[in-house]
Design a protein around this ligand. Sequence first.
Ligand code: 6R9
Length: 646
Amino acid sequence: MSDIENILHEDRSFPPSAEFASQARIGDIETYRRMYAESIADPEAFFGRVARELPWIEPFTEVLDWSNAPFARWFGGGTLNASAVCLDQHVEAGRGERVAIRWEGEPGDTREFTYAELHAEVQRFANVLLDRGVKKGDRVAIYMPMVPELAMACLACARIGAIHSVVFGGFSANALRERIEDGGCTAVITADGGWRRGKVLPLKPAVDEAVEGIDAVHTVLVVRRTENDVAWNPRDVWYHEAVKSAAAVCAPEPMDSEDTLFILYTSGSTGRPKGIQHTTAGYLLHTYLTTKYVFDVRDDDVFWCTADVGWITGHSYIVYGPLANGCTQVMYEGAPNAPHTGRFWELVQKYGVTIFYTAPTAIRTFMRWGDDVPAGYDLSSLRLLGTVGEPINPEAWMWYREHIGGDRCPIVDTWWQTETGGHMLTPLPGCIPTKPGSCTVPFFGVDAAIVDENGVELPANHGGLLVIRKPWPSMLRGLWGDPERYRETYWSKFGSMYFAGDGARRDVDGYFWIMGRVDDVLNVSGHRLSTMEVESALVAHPAVVEAAVVARPDEVTGEAVVAFVTPVANIEVGDELAQVLREYVAKEIGAIAKPADIRFTEALPKTRSGKIMRRLLRDVAAGRESTGDTSTIEDLSVLAKLRGEN
Ligand code: 6R9
């Protein structure tokens, strides 16, 4: 089989400013190179040293045990507690008065917690769980809006050694039930509702439906947020009532390094969702280190990651990474356009956000809303921007840099996965020059490579499969209850290398360029093309805001390119524009990539975390019914519209 062809031409490069570099944790590329080289040549020495920055209860006696590969054990013999890493250490060091979370609800209500306050709240929350009979090792489902109690619930579970399984608050009762059953959860933490686009999103009815008939669930703990009416069942407990009698002292449970900290479900393209399992020490170390070096956090920073905690990005870069570093962060409950499209920029201005982390889908949406929206706010507090979730098209990257970053802020494009726990390929902002569309270089300890189908490393600029050749501390330790599926999904292809499922290439400078999921690659007349590159060509046209490219079967070429295109507002769509775009793609990347078919659409089907669901579009393009899992789709009506059913 041939390589994935490389058709994206991008040669702009942006080094950090001298000012940024001079204040950064790592401001020269030599230091990065030296540390990276050590982390690969002698991971045990490197990680053994940096892991001492965590507050251990019992120190570890061994760094890595890979003898039972692909099941890794990191920091054997050590014990620690994740909530103590995130809270107690800061309070004990006299930093209790620092603000941990500045929270804002969608309607504009606000709450603020210092580290000392959060510490006390989490201990009370932990005592409520203990009172309800939740024990070390029990699984607790968390199904909540983006309120502070969501972060507290995670930390309270961690404090007593219970394993949390957060299920995104927008998922259906069925999706929740499937995850509660698979994880064997015995308690559920939820809320009466949350605010979303000016309305109350009720959560409790979905929980009631999900747990019906599951006797193993002994408690449904309900946080009051919106005060809408809720039905009440015998196992339901109001959090605000239960917490009244809870003491603010609860000693952290000493956890083994390899004890499971949480499970988080991610949907595969086929089959049931996978319960990705992360353990305590390795996960905490990696989220701590990446927050420190990739986000370059300092005491005066105000960090804002716009993800939902229901997604891995929220686990790693709202809950664990920033709190382990003692950061001050902003947490926001609602939608970016409620009540107006400037909401995010209003929050950046109001809280003086310095580091801002969001997804390409959000950036493309902001582009559509217009340059004048961010221009109406003072964004001068920002010093660093980040993106995650999908390949970012160079056009969107440039817009982000100019209109949000004032041509001043470095952009860290961070490639990683639920499975990897934290950033894997990413710039360090003070020393790695960035290129629009590239996630640049590997983080410490990440031995990434591009290989062909046989596992042979490919030369520069050949697109192939992205693999990781060494274990790293925050790698998933398995799929909950299914060790064989873990082996099969990630390790069966190449044996000793982790296969991430993404296509990518590496350029002559060693920079990585993610081309998209391998399942999505197009094969036109024997040419293997990346979805991301064809989409980027379309997005570069001024009439296009967003594009998703898929293949449909074609008698002549094997597969033909079908492009679903969201146009800019107020433009006439039709055959004429389709023809212009087809010619544009032909000119930009060659006739081979020219879409056979262009379909205009107001919206693309996406997951709740903003990823375009190309597999559903493939079904639409081929005129078939979709049989796969649709539980993670953001808006089912988008799919219905594309299929022409209204
Ligand atoms: C953190 C997260 C993982 C998949 C991953 C890849 C895509 C994430 C990316 C990116 C290009 C980036 N992805 N970040 N692609 N550039 N910076 O998104 O986890 O939800 O498990 O998704 O997302 O395809 O394999 P998850």
